[in-house]
Design a binder for this molecule. Structure first.
Ligand code: PLP
Ligand code: COI
Length: 355
């Protein structure tokens, strides 16, 4: 049956899958909620979005996404508090970044209302899919891709913007060990590293597979010129704690401007944790690991939240991080997740209620 919610047409599924889902044992991003938001770009403009049952989509084999990889995406989460109110974390930042990514890939930018009202409507329709369990949330994946036809290597004339959601648990199942990359590069100056372009991820799969075979979960990318400085990991920004100072690399053409990263910088600064945003050389990290001043390393991202790193590999040598009781990682993770899930006040105005 079709209804209109927030001026958006909603076609509800006739067969909900929610009873098939084990909400106590959720993996990351592997079961999908009943509905999705779909919005088409054609005839030179974005058409009104619709909420539809989650289902496969049909594309022409010549669609440019398949050949030229014209696609960008976002990652967000919706949380439920104890009273079942629904919250988003800095959603406008994701909207803005999606358009920054789109612009770099010559994809037409979306109107804010299509993104925000579309997302809110989707969450209202699939509210029951938002997990309540601590550590779980509804992972939200907005994406835009070239659905227009043709082998000519130029931007498509048609696109699709879709939002799918997946009730999810932790991104990493166990400990996180990282390999500091010495050969491959994820991005380069003037490239698309700062964009959440699908191709950035495809390009890191092979080097990451090599790292996984050696027992690491993620690669830490280094600058493409000399592999001298730490940049970010495959799915998260990186923080290093030397003595009591948190250090993270400055964003650039090559690094994703992570929303978790900038929230951590602001949170830590407000709470008088010394933070430095500066280049971090691999040799500084190795030296700190050797002389005992390297206290922590952790990744920060929407999917990863704050994921402590237990050790790293570099030039065929493994370095272990100390096992501390009170870490910045656990403190900041609690602070940020308490804000996200409406357990504490939000002095920054980051939380947005969906109602
Ligand atoms: N870096 C990369 C390459 C990512 O894929 C992500 C995840 O979105 C991040 C960093 C963290 O960004 P955010 O905190 O906005 O999720
Ligand atoms: C996210 O953290 O939301 C991301 O998009 C990372 C992704 C590779 C899972």
């Amino acid at each position: 049956m079709n209804t209109i919610i927030n001026d958006i047409e909603v076609i509800k599924t006739k067969a909900s899958k929610i009873k098939e889902v084990d909400f106590d044992n959720l993996k990351f991003g592997s079961v999908f909620s009943d509905h999705m938001l779909v919005c088409d770009y054609k005839d030179g403009k974005w058409q009104a979005p619709k909420v539809e049952p989650y289902q496969p989509i049909t594309l022409d084999p010549s669609a440019k996404i398949f050949h030229y990889g014209q696609s960008v995406f976002e990652g967000m989460k919706a949380y439920k508090d104890a009273d079942e109110n629904v919250w988003l974390f800095r959603p406008l930042e994701n909207f803005k970044r999606l358009n920054i990514s789109s612009k770099r890939l010559a994809i037409p930018e979306l109107p804010e209302s299509y993104f925000m009202d579309g997302l809110k409507t989707l969450l209202e329709v699939d509210k029951d899919w938002i997990p309540k369990k601590e550590g779980s949330s509804l992972y939200i994946r907005p994406f835009v891709f070239a659905s227009g036809k043709g082998f000519h290597a130029s931007p498509a004339d048609e696109y699709k913007f879709i939002i799918c959601t997946a009730p999810s648990g932790a991104y990493f199942a166990g400990e996180v060990r990282v390999l500091i990359e010495e050969k491959y590069s994820r991005s380069a100056n003037g490239g698309v590293g700062f964009a959440k372009a699908g191709g950035n991820y495809a390009g890191q799969f092979y080097p990451t597979q090599l790292a996984v075979e050696k027992g690491y979960q993620q690669v830490i990318w280094t600058d493409d010129t000399n592999h001298e400085f730490i940049e970010e990991a495959g799915a998260m920004n990186i923080f290093v704690r030397i003595n009591d100072t948190l250090i993270t690399a400055p964003t650039s053409d090559r690094i994703l401007d992570g929303i978790t990263r900038k929230s951590i910088i602001e949170l830590a600064t407000t709470e008088n944790i010394p933070v430095e945003v500066r280049k971090i050389s691999v040799s500084e990290v190795v030296e700190a690991a050797e002389n005992g001043t390297l206290k922590e390393m952790f990744g920060a991202g929407t999917a990863a939240v704050i994921s402590p790193i237990s050790g790293f590999g570099y030039k065929d040598k493994d370095y272990e991080l100390p096992k501390l009781n009170d870490t910045y990682a656990s403190y900041l993770k609690k602070r940020i997740t308490d804000i996200q899930t409406n357990k504490v006040q939000d002095p920054f105005g980051w939380r947005m209620e969906v109602k």
